[in-house]
Design a protein around this ligand. Structure first.
Ligand code: EPZ
Length: 417
């Protein structure tokens, strides 16, 4: 199994270009199913989750190519409407294909989504919304059948939680439904705005994304187009946290500062200098990081749950006590025990992690528990004295393209073996 080998103690310097956003690319690839013909998605990161989505598209009968971060999807030969079990279970977010397949075919079959490393990941909000849009849902043993015998109808939907995936699935089902759909308490993540930009460029009528209320006026059909994926705000935060913990100074190219306001204010509270100029972020770490008394993860535009592990890893070397309260996922701190192998002083009680900063970390062998938990181990390993070995890095490959290459460009001593 491949591992990452990190010789820590080198401060990061230089420039790095931020990859396209995984959490935008996945719903965009699903959305191509709604357009009969060939769509192009540019700036698509080379990630295992993207390859898994392309495999689903091929399984459905589409023809796909993926060259130099550009994906072409020809859906004219789409025949199937079932997401294969093995792929559904491999990548939980493949539930995002549900709305698109329903919008194109009027029915769909998926296997019941397993949980994931972050805890149970139900899809009750997706199901109740689709039922309101005229979909008959039959939960069978191990899989779920969705059928809209009279086609999808627009509906008024109140989300009890501003779920990103549910908001995206409703939009995908609503763009070619008959009538108008209104989503109250919608998620406001930038990736949802990116999805709406793509759909509107295909002729859809999606209004209000980025606010609590999204209105979608159904149209008859969508035409194929090309779209460039926005840059990945969590990957940007990862490079900033890696620079912060190693006392370095970098410039991020292709970063979107407006997507990072909550994260950047935490970096500044920890003593970092964050200068946003156009699509560049100039980031400089202090000599020693200050602790951040309280960080609460929440929905956008608040502090994102996915940046929690990155900031927690950085704060292991700050002076003082920091507290992170995780409000989105039940089981987000599984990586903490691995971080403690490097000498971090962290106590976890349920959804609260208390970090007592230490003077130094020491290298160890550790293993990834999930995607962002794996990134947290890389961040700590970059600052630890000695050689840290990180196993199960397939988790990291789900969300980071060439993380070893990019960190080496910034002066880190990181090798995949
Ligand atoms: C998206 O997951 C992201 N994934 C996650 O990123 C991100 O952490 C999350 O949004 C929150 O921002 C993708 O976009 C592919 P949710 P999603 O629906 O859509 C509960 C990463 O690291 N819930 O907002 O699954 C659910 O159990 C990943 O890139 C229900 O109870 O997030 C969870 O506790 C990790 N019922 C919470 O809501 C539902 O029907 C957040 O879920 C749906 C969700």
């Amino acid at each position: 199994m491949p591992k990452l080998l990190i010789n820590g103690g080198r401060s990061l310097q230089g420039q790095v270009t931020v990859q396209g956003a995984k959490n935008s690319a996945l719903p965009l690839l699903a959305a191509t199913v709604l357009c009969k013909g060939t769509s192009y998605i540019h700036n698509c990161p080379k990630l295992s989750d993207v390859y898994a989505s392309i495999n689903i598209l091929k399984y459905l009968g589409c023809k796909c190519t993926f060259v130099n971060n550009s994906v072409s999807v020809d859906t004219s030969t789409l025949v199937c409407r079932r997401i294969p079990d093995r792929l559904m279970l491999k990548m939980r977010s493949s539930v995002i294909f549900l709305g698109a397949i329903l919008g194109r075919c009027g029915n769909a079959v998926i296997s019941s989504p397993g949980g994931c490393e972050l805890g149970p990941r139900p899809i009750d909000l997706h199901i109740s919304a689709l039922r309101r849009m005229g979909v008959i849902v039959k939960e069978k043993h191990g899989f779920i059948e969705f059928d809209a015998p009279n086609g999808l109808m627009g509906a008024e939907i109140n989300l009890s939680f501003a779920s990103v995936g549910a908001t995206e699935n409703i939009i995908l089902a609503a763009v070619t439904a008959s009538g108008t759909t209104v989503i109250h308490n919608a998620a406001k993540e930038p990736e949802i705005c990116d999805l709406a930009d793509f759909l509107n460029s295909c002729g859809a009528r999606v209004n209000g994304v980025g606010s609590d209320t999204i209105t979608i006026y159904g149209v008859n059909k969508l035409k194929c187009t090309s779209h460039t994926v926005i840059s990945d705000r969590i990957v940007a935060a990862t490079y900033m946290a890696a620079t912060a913990i190693t006392g370095g100074e970098i410039v991020l190219n292709d970063a979107i500062a407006s997507h990072l306001t909550a994260v950047n204010s935490v970096f500044e509270e920890a003593g970092c200098i964050v200068k946003c100029i156009g699509k560049k972020i100039h980031f400089k770490a202090p000599k020693r990081l200050s602790s951040v008394p309280k960080i609460r993860t929440t929905i956008h535009p608040g502090f994102p749950t996915d940046a929690g592990p990155l900031i927690l890893a950085m704060l292991t070397l700050s002076c003082g006590t920091s507290i992170i309260i995780e409000n989105i996922f039940e089981n987000r701190f599984r990586y903490v025990d691995e971080l403690k192998r490097l000498g971090a002083n962290i106590k976890v009680e349920g959804r609260v992690a208390v970090v007592e900063g230490v003077r130094s970390l020491s290298s160890a062998s550790c293993k990834c528990t999930d995607l962002r938990g794996g990134a947290a181990l890389v961040i700590a390993g970059l600052a630890a004295n000695g050689t840290t070995i990180i196993d199960d890095i397939y988790h990291i490959k789900r969300g980071y393209e060439k993380i070893d290459y990019n960190l080496s460009l910034l002066g880190a001593d990181v090798k995949e073996i």
